[in-house]
Design a protein around this ligand. Structure first.
Ligand code: ADP
Length: 268
């Protein structure tokens, strides 16, 4: 799904991107996407099974989005076919008191995936150059050095056998309004409404600038960013699933050959 990949050094203008784009699947609609996603999920599950058996590679999927951007729904819809034993999902919220006593990558690194496994970060170390920057939680000199740390950290992970895919689910301000209103209107969604989300909404422009800088500074050949149009959930699910499929296919995985000579073995 290279159309949404941000190449190294590319200029990124999030405000001019079409968050309702469906150009990768022009003949599909919400309804027609259902069997297509089901087929993709099976393909992803098969690839994950080989990765697990092979045991030499790990996959880290970083998910970032503005509130209501669909991180939870994406995880549910994209990964529901994959063997749960091979996947670890970690959400990164406001750092705890203990986490605050360490450098910002301390809590992140311990959740990086083991060989054979997929780790999904629901928010990530990127919060340390997003909310931290927008809300001035540390001085500029601190957060601006972090792009360099992050590139180094991700280089370390990839050099040691982890493949990294970073995905921003890109929604529009209007779409967020609709989703927040839906959370208010529907009692079964009330629990998802967090009044703090309105603060971040009021800072939308600052967040877009922070995202643009973070993505341009850290989209590298070894840990690329994908900015996925996410106003349409069915489309977002297809694009994210296909991106993971493409990534795992690129590893040329195969089932390990048994150490045993099985040719004469019979099971009575
Ligand atoms: P989500 O909104 O992803 O469903 P939460 O409701 O738990 O999850 O919100 C997590 C909050 O924690 C977000 O507002 C996010 O910006 C914030 N957060 C995450 N990492 C950091 C960080 N390093 N410093 C400050 N705030 C953070």
């Amino acid at each position: 799904m290279d159309r949404y990949r941000i190449s190294e050094g590319a200029h990124l203008d999030l405000r001019s991107m079409d968050t309702r784009d469906t150009s990768a699947y022009p003949s599909l609609s919400k309804k027609k996407a259902v069997p297509v996603l089901a087929q993709m999920r099976r393909e992803l599950a098969d690839l994950q099974r080989v990765m697990w058996a092979d045991g030499n590679h790990a996959l880290l999927v970083v998910l970032q989005a503005m509130d209501t951007g669909g991180k939870d729904g994406t995880i549910r819809k994209v990964l529901s076919g994959v063997n749960p034993q091979g996947v670890d999902v970690t959400g990164f919220g406001v750092p705890t008191e203990e986490e605050m006593k360490h450098d910002y990558l301390w809590r992140i690194h311990r959740h990086a995936p083991a060989k054979g496994r997929i780790a999904v970060f629901n928010r990530s170390h990127y919060e340390d150059v997003l909310i931290v920057r927008v809300n001035n939680l540390v001085p500029r000199v601190r957060w601006s050095n972090r792009y360099d740390h992050i590139r180094g950290f991700e280089r370390l992970l990839t050099d040691e056998g982890t493949t990294i895919v970073k995905i921003m689910l890109h929604i529009s301000l209007d779409e967020q309004k609709e989703r927040l209103e839906a959370r208010l209107a529907d009692p079964s969604k009330n629990y998802k409404f967090n009044p703090n989300d309105l603060d971040a909404r009021a800072q939308w422009d600052e967040y877009m600038t922070a995202y643009e800088d973070a993505i341009t500074e850290t989209s590298t050949s070894y840990a690329p960013w994908f900015v996925v149009p996410a106003d349409r959930k069915w489309y977002r699910n297809l694009v994210v699933t296909q991106t993971l499929i493409d990534t795992l296919k690129g590893l040329n995985l195969s089932y390990p050959v048994s150490d045993h000579d099985l040719s004469d073995v019979t099971v009575n």
